[in-house]
Write a protein that binds this ligand. Structure first.
Ligand code: CP
Length: 313
């Protein structure tokens, strides 16, 4: 396998082989993170700008830590304190960052397609850290990494994604990645948030929770995204929780080895109660840990890195 892409913009355009190359490289970096000396010189002399125009905790911090571990210089762009507030365009902002020798732009933006646009107008490497409701490729990759660690392989695996699919960039990246690797994807939630049009992507769409989770190997819960819903898609949070919230009773109706995932941030007591989120079937914090290794792998690969043959899987 040989990675040749300059950017990471989405999972839709990646092949199964490219996805597996990221996961294998991330496995190497996870092992590096367990050594006494966790830092490697792979990006020494390179400058990364983390251009986060939308809020983030997990993605921004793990990109920062990944850049630090790879010995890059990095700058965190704060939208609120920038000239975006004075009306400067995204293109001009990014061009100015490039004029300051940014080699990588890691961008989170509320507009779907913003990373693809920057990739067309910049010479720098562009990494999508989440664009509107379109894709969140590094979240998709860390979800895949975590599933492979827990389940071994993807072929024939049953993965249910539950909740706000319509507005979820995580769902879209997970759907592309899981299906390319041979998993069966079921989507579940209220019909207003999980329309049947998703069947065109090859997913099973189910509006009955019990039917969606009873045979699942992996249950991935998504956050209700108030900030992207232009009007309420269901009567209220209490009704959503009554119909689709995961609690101990509902978990009892799943396979005993089914794992619970959530990309965060969690609305505790809405899509999942704390007993399940913090319980032994939950891998939510392992997802966060794995995100660091996955983001190191992505930065390393788009920079043209290759694992030594004896370290590649
Ligand atoms: N999962 C995720 O993207 O979380 P943040 O918004 O905190 O980065």
């Amino acid at each position: 396998m040989t990675w040749t892409r300059k950017h990471l913009l989405d999972l839709q355009s990646l092949s199964a082989g490219e996805i597996l190359e990221v996961l294998d490289t991330a496995r190497h970096f996870k092992a590096v993170g367990e050594r006494k000396i966790k830092k490697v010189p792979a990006l020494r002399g390179k400058t990364v700008v983390n251009l986060f125009v939308e809020p983030s905790t997990r993605t921004r911090i793990s990109f920062e830590l990944a850049e630090h571990r790879l010995s890059a210089d990095f700058i965190n762009f704060t939208a609120e304190a920038s000239s975006l507030k004075k009306g400067e365009s995204l293109k001009d902002t990014a061009k100015n960052l490039e004029a300051l020798n940014a080699d990588f732009i890691v961008i989170r933006h509320q507009a779907a397609g913003a990373p693809h646009f920057l990739a067309r107008v910049l010479n720098a490497h562009v990494i999508n850290a989440g664009d509107g409701a379109h894709e969140h490729p590094t979240q998709g990759l860390l979800d895949l990494f975590t599933i492979r660690e827990k389940k071994g392989s993807f072929e024939g695996l049953r993965v249910t994604i539950l909740g706000d699919i319509l507005y979820s960039r995580v769902a879209r990246s997970d759907i592309w990645g899981l299906q390319k690797l041979g998993a069966h994807v079921t989507l579940c939630g209220p019909p207003t948030l999980v329309p049947r049009t998703f069947e065109e992507l090859g997913c099973r769409v189910v509006h009955d929770l019990e039917a969606a989770i009873e045979d699942a190997d992996v249950i991935n819960l998504l956050r209700i995204q108030h900030e992207r819903q232009r009007r309420s898609r269901f009567p209220g949070l209490a009704e959503y929780t009554a119909l689709f919230g995961i609690n101990r009773e509902r978990l009892a109706g799943t396979k005993p080895d089914a794992i619970i995932m959530h990309p965060g941030p969690i609305n505790r007591g809405v899509e999942v109660d704390s007993e399940v989120a913090d319980g032994e079937r939950s891998v939510i914090l392992e997802q966060v840990t794995n995100g660091l290794a996955v983001r190191m792998a992505v930065l390393y690969l788009v920079n043209g890195g290759r694992l030594p043959a004896d370290e590649a899987a």
